[in-house]
Design a protein around this ligand. Structure first.
Ligand SMILES: [Zn+2]
Length: 64
């Protein structure tokens, strides 16, 4: 059974916009690839990939 990759977040270094990315499986679809290379919807800056911290995990649990 393949294990789904852990979710991570994208953080814009310019304006602070963050987005949690949750891939549904380790088989990447076109939609997943789109999520892997995103620019900030607010300012168009390439966002950094970061691991989720405890607070993010808590938020994700409640805002699914
Ligand atoms: Zn931004």
């Amino acid at each position: 059974m393949p294990v789904a990759p852990r979710p991570y977040k994208l953080v814009c270094p310019k304006c602070g916009f963050t987005k949690i990315v949750r891939l549904e499986s380790d088989a990447l679809s076109g939609k997943d690839l789109l999520q892997l290379s995103v620019v900030c919807p607010r300012c168009g800056t390439a966002m950094n990939k970061e691991a989720l911290n405890r607070f993010d995990r808590f938020m994700e649990k409640w805002f699914k």
